[in-house]
Design a protein around this ligand. Structure first.
Ligand code: CA
Ligand code: CA
Length: 118
């Protein structure tokens, strides 16, 4: 019977070891610290982007995350250190740069800069 064969196969840890699952099982986050993670809101959804990695203004506090996508790079920055991303800079593959900043009053993103990398 096919079901019997399948059960035997999946019971063998050597054949089905999944390192991603094993690592995730050891991640313990007892108290998520809002100061460590950047987040942004999209309608009713909150996107947790993870801890900031880069200190873009050299004040000693990491404030930005960089994500590399298929057509460039996006930098998410929390300029006032409340954890909420309030500036997004997109660097496209052709050197074009766009910055959007969050209007705290309306929650809208406003394009504040368009330029090019030299
Ligand atoms: Ca900083
Ligand atoms: Ca912020």
């Amino acid at each position: 019977m096919d079901v019997h064969t399948h059960l035997d196969g999946s019971g063998d840890p050597d054949d089905h070891g999944d390192p991603v699952v094993e690592v995730a099982a050891h991640v313990v986050t007892p108290l998520p610290d809002a100061h460590d993670h950047l987040w942004m809101a999209d309608g009713d959804r909150i996107w947790d982007l993870g801890p900031a990695e880069t200190d873009t203004d050299a004040d000693g506090v990491a404030d930005s995350l960089t994500r590399v996508g298929p057509d460039g790079m996006t930098v998410y920055t929390d300029t006032d250190h409340d954890g909420r991303v309030d500036a997004i800079t997109e660097v496209h593959g052709d050197g074009a740069v766009e910055t959007h900043t969050l209007d705290g009053a309306t929650g809208e993103w406003i394009r504040t800069h368009v330029g090019r990398l030299d």
